[in-house]
Ligand binder design. Sequence first.
Ligand SMILES: Cc1ncc(COP(=O)(O)O)c(C=O)c1O
Length: 463
Amino acid sequence: MGSLEKIYDKHINLQLGWPTPLLFPSKLLTEATQETLLNNKVAAQTLVYGPDPGHELVRTGTAEWLTRFYHPEVGDVQADRIFITPGASSALSMLLTRFTDPSFTQYIWMIEPTYFLACPSFQEAGFHGRLRGVPEDTGGLDIEFLRSGLVEAEAERCRKKTTDGLAFARSSKVYRHIIYMVPTFSNPSAKVMSLRRRKEVVQLAREFDALIISDDVYDWLRWPHPNSPDGAEMPKPLPRLVDVDCAMPGSSIWGNAVSNGSFSKIVAPGVRVGWIEGSPFIAKELCKIGPVHSGGCQSQLSSMLIGQMLVSGKLEEHIQSTLIPVYQRRHRAMLKSIQMHLLPLGFKIPSIKTVEGNGDEAGLAGGFFLYLEFPTGSPPAETVAKVALEEFNLRIAHGGMMCVAGDAGSVQRGKKGFGQGARLCWAWHEEADIDEGIQRLALAFRSLPQCTGAIKQLQTDET
Ligand SMILES: Cc1ncc(COP(=O)(O)O)c(C=O)c1O
């Protein structure tokens, strides 16, 4: 045991979905701080209580930056659609506070495997036991599964004859359902939802009075997939769900989709700034949240710094010239190491197949994660993860963690499907540690007596 400890004394964490501190734009933030606080007029506007939806400079800067990136079909993003938040996690709770009511809102539908850290926010908002998983398929989300769940929920409501009065005392608009997802470079599956599926989900949300909350936090970190042919053109970013909702005829004044954005992955999590884009009604309604009404914009100082970086174009430059090249290299290093050490053991990377088969986003890679599928006949991924941690000082996020909390169906599906996998993040460690981590995972797998079953199965499949 002593020798093991000596060999594996460096902890490797491929679970952590954090951006690497080496890439934090400290210099740019320092410059933005000086420009902001050494100018008396701007400093005065920065250090008072901020306007409830965020300062005009930040909202306009964000709207123009989004327009440059997405080129929405309906035209430029308008500043009155933007509400500045303290990041996507808080924004989720804000949306639930204002647009749901457990006495009216029936279910929270979450794509599965799911971003498991979102579950407590839904539970805290009063939805314990009412989170429902919706399996992900190659297009992004099993639309028929969702539809039948919504139809069943409607039948249940009619049976129970729920009274709706209470809900409308709390807010001007309460939705019947929430649909939560990460449609681009999903956390955890890395999949990109096809355009067709995006349209189908919006259609369904309209039919069943649902609000889609789409965490659009990885969209900017995109590069050609190493498998795509040399010189192949990068596909343009797909429209967000909120863009699809705006562009499809028949949208309501409140809308049925919001984009929950964050600067955590492209600036630094510590700045605690993000934005919600939705209809102007949504943006206005969010201003009525208690702490906002009392204290103004919840990230006034740091959002002003980000606003400077947006207006000067320095954030775009940072993403293109620093973040993308580094993450692209790390992604490549992880793939190479998996190809060398894990594919021969029968592991698979479903996200590559999916992206290639997707059509809309073919040849693209991005975000922070890849999802590794364990071989047929493998010991449970959870067991491998435990051994990896205890014996090899390596942490991975096994698929069982990605179940929708409190949904027995999701747990059941997880056992057969996504549970036998793991989410690996390439954003935190440098290439050498990524390679070392993958090698340790192969060793952890091989060290389990049950893994011989999987290896035998692989040999049979190959003959
Ligand atoms: C899908 C998703 N949503 C939200 C967050 C958290 O965002 P923020 O730091 O803006 O709260 C993360 C971070 O890992 C994430 O992956």
